[in-house]
Design a protein around this ligand. Structure first.
Ligand SMILES: [Zn+2]
Length: 67
C-alpha cells in the first residue's frame, strides 16, 4: 500500500478545507439580482417572482395583495 512520505502540513490541510467547506454552508444558493433575496439556483425568486431577468410568476408581496 502506498504510504505518504511526509506528514501533511496544517497550512495545506486548512487551505484545502477553506476551499470547499465554505461552499457547503449554502449549497446551490445565490442572491436574486432583482431584489437581493437569497434564492435557490435555477429557481424563480419566491419574493419577487423573477427568473433570469424576467417576471415569470407572482411574488410573495403580490400574493398577499390578492388575498
Ligand atoms: Zn427577487
Amino acid at each position: 500500500m502506498a504510504v505518504p512520505k511526509r506528514k501533511q502540513s496544517h497550512a495545506r490541510t486548512h487551505t484545502r478545507k477553506s476551499e470547499w467547506q465554505n461552499g457547503l454552508s449554502a449549497p446551490g444558493r445565490t442572491t436574486c439580482p432583482h431584489c437581493g433575496e437569497t434564492i435557490m439556483n435555477y429557481c424563480a425568486c419566491a419574493a419577487c417572482g423573477h427568473y433570469r431577468g424576467r417576471k415569470v410568476m407572482a411574488g410573495a408581496a403580490e400574493k398577499k395583495e390578492e388575498e
